[in-house]
Design a protein around this ligand. Structure first.
Ligand SMILES: O=C(O)CCC(=O)C(=O)O
Ligand SMILES: [Fe+2]
Length: 337
């Protein structure tokens, strides 16, 4: 528990075990936010511009592997309330958080520092994370924190609404790629995790990272960023900042979508840097396939193309992912044909 950075106060110097070797440090070079990051406005998705918006989603997913969404249908009230609940959760006394502290992948809620591999890693990431399942709500809500007192009510409502949003995006991706309706529904997107990152102000952001460079292993991810910069994506060999847009959601197609689309949809490599003055809290929501369903390049999309990946279950993928030190790209390499 004493390892949780959210329990530390007044940290003046970066502890040695958070300092990365020079070749893995973000350094002091200023990373600019790019104006090229696609922004999808869903306001008119049910009107005559629908096809055009779908094409924007597909093009952003193909060319960039990340987009931001505005007018997504989840109210600002709810996104603000949910952010406030998580900030309060991380600010609560150590005793209250203690019962959720866990590095065990199988525990229903896990609150930990850096990564689940904290004990064995040489350098730690400057973050606390709180993760739990969300769907179906009635199976999971009983394991969630009871404090803050509105945690279950607010996070429950948020989980339902962001699921609806992500299912809408998956439906539009299906339409846009010409996949049969419903291909990404049901077992393919059954599991839903909320994963909240909290980074306290960092004495020296140039020496450490909030999260390593990675691709998301999921089917699809979304991040509600709050208002502090920190998320960066690797585009054409350069890191660029994903500037927070108030109220927007960042959507990242996961590696499972890359497989299903036979490599057409990209999944951008990203990382998180820390801030010297402000703490940063972000709310991630991930949809993943259920353990047993077969994932493979969709027959309907292949035509005369050869499949790039063999079929596998998410369970198999996940065990390869764990076996490869949680490096999703490396896990996917093992499934390439
Ligand atoms: O916290 C963020 O901004 C990004 C989080 C992320 O990339 C992840 O949890 O996979
Ligand atoms: Fe990520």
């Amino acid at each position: 528990m004493e390892v949780l950075t959210s329990n530390w106060s007044n940290v003046q110097t970066l502890p040695d075990n958070y300092i990365f070797p020079p070749d893995r440090r973000p350094g002091t070079k200023k990373i600019l936010s790019s104006k090229d990051i696609p922004i999808i406005n869903l306001e008119r998705i049910n009107g005559p511009e629908r096809d055009q918006i779908i094409q924007q989603i597909i093009k952003s997913s193909e060319d960039f592997g990340l987009f931001q969404v505005i007018n997504h249908g989840v109210s600002r009230d709810l996104t603000d309330q949910t952010m406030a609940v998580f900030k309060e959760f991380f600010a609560s006394p150590a005793e209250l958080k203690a019962k959720f502290y866990s590095n065990d992948l199988n525990s229903s809620c896990r609150l930990y520092t850096s990564t689940l591999n904290y004990e064995n890693e040489e350098v730690h990431y400057w973050r606390d994370n709180f993760t739990h399942r969300c769907h179906p709500l009635e199976d999971h809500i009983k394991h969630w924190p009871e404090k803050p007192v509105n945690y279950r009510e607010v996070v429950g409502k948020y989980s339902i609404e962001v699921r609806r949003f992500l299912m809408k995006i998956l439906g539009l991706i299906c339409d846009g790629m010409g996949l049969e309706t419903g291909y990404l529904e049901g077992e393919m997107s059954k599991n839903q995790l909320i994963s909240v990152n909290h980074h306290i102000p960092c004495p020296d952001p140039s020496l450490t990272l909030g999260m390593p460079e990675h691709s998301d292993p999921n089917l699809i991810s979304m991040i509600q960023q709050g208002d502090i910069c920190g998320l960066q994506a690797l585009k054409d060999g350069q890191w660029i900042g994903i500037e927070p847009i108030p109220g927007a959601f960042v959507v990242i197609p996961g590696l499972q979508l890359r497989v299903i689309s036979n490599g057409k949809l990209a999944s951008i490599v990203h990382r998180v840097v820390t801030d010297s003055k402000e703490s940063r809290t972000t709310i991630g929501t991930f949809l993943t396939p259920s353990n047993d369903i077969l994932i493979k390049p969709a027959d309907g999309l292949l035509g005369s193309m050869a499949p790039m990946y063999r079929g596998y279950t998410y369970e198999e993928f996940f065990s390869i992912f764990i076996g490869n030190n949680c490096v999703a790209e490396r896990a996917l390499e093992c499934l390439k044909l």
